[in-house]
Design a protein around this ligand. Structure first.
Ligand code: SF4
Length: 386
């Protein structure tokens, strides 16, 4: 199985913390962007690496996909069905900014086959939304959620952000309770990070912001997890929580190291090679450069690399150990033709001895209390040269 990621790189405003490939453009040439997406999709459909696999998920991410005309979303979904062998049930997700929502767009997305919405809420506090430079208000969050339900979306994620400057834990938990009260099927909760090369990083460099230290960050993390679990949201990944059976299949496939095609400006993709390694690529970031390459009948790839089998094995573990279920050792052995313990046993040994890493039912996973150490274990795995 494989996934399709579609990048919509346009936003009405660039939030100062954002390091996504997003561009503010006065006039967006939607027909030209749609034509480029469809041409690129057709290019990929002729590549042999995706011809004997089933398309299982489509994800419209951004940027702000909810700016896109429903006709564009419909055209891409239809083309995906036309060019690829699709699974009986395809998860089709779309990210929506509450400041861009109206009934017609949401109705159109639903009719186009979108069956999962991810709403970028971030905060339930007007001052925090202003600080984040979001274009929407708290009222618009409630309005977007209501419209989504009214037009029939029964699988909705809310994206939230915690550990904002001066935010205390009680204030954050109150936001989380407001999110839970809406009864979404899925909640993603991420800590604010100051990403390099953002406007926020420049501000922080001039005058350090009062952001959470390590102890406070851990407090946010554990209390977030506890409250969501008490409310029957399963913590299936470090930052992602869902009602039973409603995890985001597209993102889970990414952590499971499955293949995906990425189309659109700045999109990434990855596929397995027959020798056990992987190839991955990234498209040109600038929408115009992306479209020009496609219009010239070229691929839009600006960067491509291949990883050998050992590097791919390390990378797959790094991703899978973010999942509460961890990695299947049977899958690992079939995929890499080596036993996981034979490759990384000496890295695992101290983690297993201290109970931070567990093995059960032929799966390897981090113990709940050790989840926050996933980056440390990952770096040991990635650095290990056997
Ligand atoms: S709306 Fe999202 S993608 Fe656009 S600038 Fe803000 S954080 Fe970035």
């Amino acid at each position: 199985m494989f996934g399709l990621y579609v990048h919509i790189p346009f936003c009405l405003h660039k939030c100062h913390y954002c390091d996504f490939n997003s561009h503010v453009q006065a006039d967006i040439d939607w027909p030209a962007y749609q034509a480029a997406l469809l041409t690129e999709l057709k290019q990929w459909s002729t590549q042999t690496q995706f011809q004997h696999k089933q398309l299982k998920t489509i994800f419209f991410g951004g940027g702000t996909p909810s700016l896109a005309p429903p006709a564009l979303i419909q055209a891409v979904v239809d083309a995906a069905y036309q060019h690829f062998d699709c699974a009986e049930s395809v998860e089709v997700s779309l990210e929506a900014n509450p400041g861009t929502v109206d009934m017609d767009h949401f109705t159109g997305y639903r009719q186009a086959g979108v069956n999962r919405l991810s709403i970028g809420v971030q905060s339930f506090d007007e001052q925090e939304l202003k600080w984040l430079q979001r274009i929407h208000s708290v009222d618009e969050v409630h309005r977007a959620f209501k419209i989504a339900r009214d037009v029939g979306f029964d699988n909705i994620n809310l994206d939230l952000m915690y550990a904002l400057p001066k935010q205390n834990i009680a204030h954050w938990l109150n936001h989380l309770e407001q999110a839970i009260a809406l009864k979404p099927e899925h909640i993603s909760a991420y800590q604010l990070t100051v990403e390099p090369h953002t406007l926020l990083a420049a501000t922080h460099a001039k005058k350090p912001l009062p952001i959470a230290d390590e102890d406070e960050s851990l407090d946010f993390f554990w209390k977030t997890r506890a409250l969501l679990q008490e409310n029957n949201y399963q913590a299936y990944e470090i930052s992602n929580f869902s009602k039973p059976t409603l995890k985001c299949q597209h993102n889970d496939a990414y952590w499971l190291y499955r293949d995906y095609i990425g189309i659109g400006a700045g999109a990434n993709g990855k596929w397995d090679q027959l020798d056990g390694g992987v190839t991955r690529y990234r498209n040109h970031n600038q929408p115009q450069a992306y479209m020009t390459h496609i219009q010239d009948n070229k691929q839009a790839i600006s960067f491509q690399e291949s990883l050998d089998s050992n590097t791919a094995a390390s990378e797959s573990l790094w991703l899978a150990l973010r999942r509460s279920e961890g990695v299947s050792l049977t899958w690992f052995e079939q995929r890499f033709q080596q036993k996981c313990h034979a490759m990384f046993g000496s890295v695992f040994k101290p983690w297993l001895q201290t109970g931070q890493l567990c093995e059960k039912n032929n799966r390897l996973f981090l113990a709940e209390h050790a989840l926050v150490m996933v980056d440390e274990l990952a770096s040991q795995i990635l650095d290990y040269d056997g």
